[in-house]
Write a protein that binds this ligand. Sequence first.
Ligand code: FES
Ligand SMILES: [Fe+2]
Length: 366
Amino acid sequence: MATSKEYGLGTFDFPRGWFMVAVSSKVGNTPLAVRFFGQDFALYRGKSGRVVLLDAYCPHMGTHLARNTTSYVAQDGAVEDDCIRCPYHAWRFGPDGKCNEIPYGSGPIPPAAKVKSWTVQEHLGAVFVWHDPEGGEPDYELANIPEFDDPSWAIGEYDDLGIVNCHTQEIMDNITDVAHFGPVHGSLTKYFENEFKDHVVTQRMGGGHRTLVTEGGAMLETEAVYTGPSLLITKMLGMHESYIIIAHTPVDDGSAYVWHNLMVKSPTGAAVATDADREGARQYQAMALAAFAQDFEVWKHKKPCLKGLFVQGDGPFNKQREWYRQFYNPRAQRAELLKNVNGVYVAKGMRGKQAVVGTPSATADA
Ligand code: FES
Ligand SMILES: [Fe+2]
């Protein structure tokens, strides 16, 4: 496990961006203790349905707002309306993080009686937080999947993969890693390219696949898109039209929490996905997860790649690592950091998408 500084990522230990912090269905009126970006938080759903993420520690005497089950505050339900009560002396905090009741004494509520309330958004069945070391407003929108609300698609449950003790840089490397697809996943890659454009990086790949088998040997084509440093949405055309959702969020500097999900269009063309469609989708998700687990096993046991010994034929790792730095440095430096990054890259000895299927994309050597 190595830190962001050791990877030379830049000024900040944790990146700017939207980050998944929970599966929506897991967030209820009982507060959850969660940890990301080297900090502890209390996460809960207010009675109105609103999701609230607060810094965990009460300003009164430092009690964790969500790590208690025995106090009568917790037993009676710490969440009131959209507020939460501290389990120690029952100070109550609003969804804005400000203390709005001290249930004893007669003095005024001190202005310092507050915790930070974070900007959150529910999206794609998950809760995302905006994290910005500079304290700025979101500067991009979370990527959407329009079919997520289409009843003819079977939407999976998130696989909670827990914490992996490797830096997110190692996970990010995967987007450019053309040379691992054969050895790890059994892919027979026919084309592979990466495109970097501001806060978005795309991987386009086509070929055969030993794990995700295609019917009649049809080419499995994928387009994997990171919008920002955390949320990866892969559109797959192969056995079924589907999307894979992968999200990873730094926990401490050098570890990450990872989720995985998959959604499939009803193969029978049903207007509303049937039980059989859902069962088929579950099986397909398990296969996709098995493919992801192949990467995971490597990440779990490898030592940090602080500076790779990259050779001709490797994907554009250095471009991707430069691209990733935009999230670890002040916004003011972004244009400078991206100056030599934006563009389409094809590794030596590999073909770009245009050369194989004829769709246009300008290419340059990696
Ligand atoms: S420590 Fe939270 S109310 Fe006293
Ligand atoms: Fe992989």
